[in-house]
Design a binder for this molecule. Sequence first.
Ligand SMILES: [Zn+2]
Length: 342
Amino acid sequence: MLRFTTALLALCLCGSASAGVVTVDVLDVGQGDAILIRGGGKTILIDAGDRTADPVEQLRRLGVTRFDLVVATHPHADHIGRMADVLRSFEVALYLDNGLPHTTATYQATMATIAERSIPYRTAERGTKISLGEEAMFTVLFPDSGGMLTETRSDLNSNSVVMRLDHGENCFLFTGDAEEPTEERLVGDGLGPCEVLKVAHHGSNHSSTDAFLDRVQPTYALISVGTSNRYSHPGPETLGRLSAHGSMIYRTDLSGDLRVISDGARIEVLEGTIEELDGVEVVTGPPPVPPKASPSDKAVPQKATVRAEPGSAPSAKALRKADKQARKQARRAERGTAGSVY
Ligand SMILES: [Zn+2]
């Protein structure tokens, strides 16, 4: 089902807010990352999923035709698995990575495609800024001027590109697979609070330390992770730390695709499939009743909202699909896994 989470009134998707609307779609690509960000007429992709995913098809269904920026946080296959396909399938104005090479065929194919298609390439460095319209701004936080991290548990993970997106009063933090050494550097660099955290490394216990979360204080924690993955992600320790910091946790393995909508003042999180997320109409109304913390609470299926063409009713098929998703979510709740809110 489509689930709405906001502390205030639902957002308007009509774009009338002064800061415009920014959407962040965490695509369900299994055990990997692929995040689409749109706002101010700009389209940005952070990572391109695992080899087994098909982000190209997902992106096309979302209406994407070109990217102003594509970021590879680091060259592991669960982040650049389909990057070469993405670069071949869409016009890309700029490609950004951490500058660390890898030995894999996947990495080699990615770099060869950048060369073949003459895609402008740049290495990320702290302070680089990319604007999304007048009121939204991306800033690279890592790698910083302290140089690459070495002799860590995973140097490729630890040197992930970390980016912050500021949109009005809202902030998003994109962390790739950053680990504890990265977080120490970010804290040392003066990292501040940020409402929405893309949890690093699929919720691994090697990331999201208390010291890091003390600074970020995320209200929303988004975990891109595969069902029953062999790494046992997300780690129970990380889930516990996020919970202790009061974060609402959303997981692609439980919810499918995630969409976060910012109007510069308020934030809304939607869960569901691509088709549902793209067809959703957010209705204004009284604030939702905050969920009770007790895990024994039974979830009541809610009606999803489906957008109809002007002057027409939503199709019976769309309504059936929405209700089916609502029942599925309720079953998850009864199993104690629903809502991914801890
Ligand atoms: Zn990863």
